[in-house]
Design a protein. Sequence first.
Length: 502
Amino acid sequence: MKTVSHWIGGKPVDAAAHSSGTWSPVTDPATGEVTARVAMAGPDEVDAAVAAAKDAYTTWRTSSLAQRTAVLFRYRELLHARRDDLAALITAEQGKVHADALGEVARGLEIVELACGLGTALKGDMSTEVSSRVDVASIRQPLGVIVGVSPFNFPAMISMWMFPMAIACGNTFVHKPSSKAPSASMLLAELAAEAGLPDGVLNIVHGDEVAVNALLDHPDVAAVSFVGSTPVARHVYTRASAAGKRVQALGGAKNHMVVLPDADLDAAAEAAVTAAYGSAGQRCMAVSVVVAVGSVGDELVSRIADRARKIRIGPGEDPRSEMGPLVTRAHRDEVADYVAGAAAQGADVVLDGRDFTVEGFENGFWMGVTLLDGVATDSDAYRDEIFGPVLCVVRAETYEEALRIVNASPFGNAGSIFTRDGGAARRFQLEVETGMVGVNVPMPVPVGFHSFGGWKDSAFGDHRMYGGEAVHFYTRGKVITSRWPAPAEVATGPDLGFPASR
């Protein structure tokens, strides 16, 4: 059986040599079979990884920007050459279809490319002669050892959203990926070493809450970047902040898509199906609620159902598959329970995926596409992040009512509107209380040179992911005021008065 170990100090580490000695199974979601075991870190492994990163920081922080970007350029080329291998690992452990996994790798590469060109973003400012022969300069410097904790649903992309920007800024990194899909992160580390990244700059420890809490509490960790569910994001933010660390913690979502009566219903239905059921709904940017406004509801639901029925569900390795399984059996059962609960709370189950299976893969963690109409906003299926292929439809009479529904949600990750009315679209983008907004775009994931993040219970901390805000998160500012006497100036003794600007 395949064994996935830690990566510390530039090489894989035999976890059996460390004190924890615990392992967790890795399962193929399409077959239900255990295909590997992953080492689970205890305090010793965490200490070793942080120590390696701290030691590497002493030289990496003073390396030139040219040296850092040269490594990242080589890294980008290796990632591009091995993208199919990386996608195959994602499919084998997370379950998404190969085309979707390739798309994940492409979006991660976008941030690696951003890190390659980080020089202009790290520039400082300078003002000369603010007083007689006095100059003031602002610079940005790295923080030290950064920790990144990433989820199972995008095991490569979210990792690449974190560490390339951090190391480009001069920091070193300890990454804790999900133990459900650990192999992609190991290939990312191997390729980084092949690209010439010095030992200890990037380290990986696998584990559960024991490893995470040890990283959050570690005195040599300067900052923590996290993506996951809202309860865990809140815990990470609270605990790491209490330990004096800088934190960005992205949580869950309940993204709404408002469809006005004047919208192109075919385009809206296509967008809803793509955004709700892609990656089997296991993404924080998935549309999980459609708010149908006015008389559009019945026709919109019909068109969504017609398209959703045609989605081909199967193992990710099958090129004919358009949607794969859920990540674990427990998660699949939890999603099915939400569907049962929605029906009990009055929703109309238009499409029910609970009994879906794939011939020849009966032990896989399958959940068919599910469409719920007339969902009450006080029901569990509406309130909670389900994280599966379940789309809820809520009815509203007016734009104002639809907006109130969206803004009343405790989540504020993303919201979108489908309309031909420019005035309504403009109102929505200004009035909706989400961090990311789409206009006739169902999943408004920003491109790399903008930043990613939500509002309210979808994000904790002041900084977003990647883009310009990542530079501010992974560095800290320093302001330098200097005065150099003119060459012929003769010292006249100390002046204890506060210097005047003149």
